[in-house]
Design a protein around this ligand. Sequence first.
Ligand code: GDP
Ligand code: CA
Length: 313
Amino acid sequence: MRIVALAGGIGGARFLRGLRAAAPEAEITVIGNTGDDISLFGLRVCPDLDTVMYTLGGGINEEQGWGRRDESFTVKEELLEYGVGPSWFGLGDRDFATHIVRTQMLAAGYRLSAVTEALCDRWRPGVRLIPMTDDQVETHVVVDDPERGRRAIHFQEWWVRLRAALPAVSIAPVGADEAKPAPGVLKAIEAADVVLFPPSNPVVSIGTILSIPGIKDAVERKTVVGVSPIIGGAPVRGMADACLTAIGVETSAQAVAEHYGADLLDGWLVDEADEGVAVEGVEVRSRPLLMSDPEATEAIARAALDLAGELAQ
Ligand code: GDP
Ligand code: CA
């Protein structure tokens, strides 16, 4: 079986670990979000790709959900001694090495997809991880800054520094219009038996991947099953509600499914707390959707695959 999953960071990565366990024989291709990528200290940082890579490769800080386990912060502290920030973005020493390797390879002319493949040679995530594009796409957020007026800031500044406390006027994947899917992305989707949307952020993870010209059209032709990141009217973790509000979508499992739409989604898993969600043209199933441990996560992935199997017939 060939499976394609579109993935952001924590929600995507945790689901993928369950998916790998639920379908050990399957060929899994993960199309990763790069809209969160940012250059810091002259280094290219790809938080979502790295979260997937570290999680599936066994190097993640489990409690935090991002970054390396057994991490130290000597480099960051030394940079701050020089007055060099930003201090709000947590890059640990082990993590720094990843970004140094990536930046060095990019400077040598390798594309991000090739760099990601090289990094995965070390981490052996058990899936093929491809960035959505090799082109630079950065999610920017327009806010009304009380001091500086209306301005666009990098997604990470809004999400990490401001904790999404300033309401977003709008959110846009800058550069997406001219971006091309990375090599292998469209081919993987075309060859897939099923496309899965893990419970990743519908706006700044899945939405950003779908904004790359060609990807949405390719996905639409497939059997697509999504897992709701919203349970009982709230995100399980993080501030996805702030993103949904910015695009005029209510924070509910129902509204997210309607936002994706029946052209895109064939099946939709909601939590038992959201039983009763109904969207015309979409097969909705309710079941426990908290990825509380590996077994629960594997069961969610299996339910998504079972539903996809039924729908494909
Ligand atoms: P990010 O890039 O690190 O923000 O991660 P993603 O975009 O991949 O996923 C973020 C989403 O995961 C959030 O909107 C959460 O609501 C969702 N999420 C996190 N843990 C769980 C869980 O246990 N169950 C479900 N259904 N969603 C979850
Ligand atoms: Ca992310």
